[in-house]
Design a protein around this ligand. Structure first.
Ligand SMILES: O=C(O)CCC(=O)C(=O)O
Ligand SMILES: [Fe+2]
Length: 222
């Protein structure tokens, strides 16, 4: 799964988020990294104690989690509160896979799907590079877009060469643990949508819906 979702945040929200982050206190991103990732992580994160998190989460996470494409692709069971990361020129995050389990002991979750929400686009470099079965994909969203990909895939953030890169990064535990099953369900959900649009009252639409619903029941864990 590798999907770019356009315009998750509208221009007004992007502007407000940028204004808030301009006033925030940032700390070394290595503090929040797992053992392996810490070796290659070179960025900054909004201080975990920052009072801005509440407002930022309302601005960024609500539209993300409610977005129909995010719902269809991720099928989220739990979504983590976001980290707000900043990359100054020269900063980078080398190839890694994300930690498999995150969160405090009282609320741990498995990371199935990673998401980056692009909060600005006036910088150079800083592409997310994801290794897929078909080679490396480079992604640079516009401000307000989000990219989702399997947390177990190798990925990196290329060095920012000019300007400052601002993103929100979050993880979800999906109802469906297996990436291939998730992908199949996503494709089936799209096919279902298409058939319902073209043939709303048809037997074909009803039977695709039934297969989709019952596969989700078969493969989901709650
Ligand atoms: O900055 C990004 O877009 C992704 C960062 C990342 O890979 C991570 O925090 O694990
Ligand atoms: Fe990562």
């Amino acid at each position: 799964m590798l999907l770019l979702i356009k315009n998750v945040l509208d221009a007004q929200r992007v502007k407000e988020v940028q204004e808030l982050l301009a006033t925030g206190e940032f700390v070394d991103g290595r503090f929040s990294a797992g053992m392996e990732a810490a070796k290659v992580k070179y960025n900054q994160e909004l201080s975990p104690n920052s009072p801005l998190h509440r407002r930022l989460n309302a601005l960024v996470m609500s539209p993300l989690v409610q977005h129909s494409e995010y719902q269809a692709a991720v099928m989220p069971l739990r979504v983590a509160t976001a980290f707000y990361a900043r990359y100054l020129p020269g900063m980078t995050y080398g190839f890694h896979v994300d930690d498999p389990v995150m969160g405090p002991m009282s609320g741990r979750y498995r990371t199935d799907v990673s998401t980056t929400v692009f909060l600005n686009d006036d910088y150079e470099g800083g592409e997310i590079v994801i290794r897929t079965a078909y080679g490396e994909e480079k992604i640079r969203g516009e401000a307000g877009d989000a990219v989702v990909y399997d947390s177990g895939s190798w990925h990196k953030v290329a060095e920012v060469t000019k300007g400052i890169r601002l993103v929100a990064v979050t993880w979800a535990q999906s109802l469906v643990k297996d990436p291939q099953q998730r992908e199949l369900l996503y494709q089936l959900a799209k096919a279902r949508e298409g058939v319902i649009a073209k043939l709303p009252q048809s037997d074909e639409a009803a039977s695709i819906s039934t297969v989709h619903i019952n596969l989700l029941r078969m493969w989901s864990e709650v």
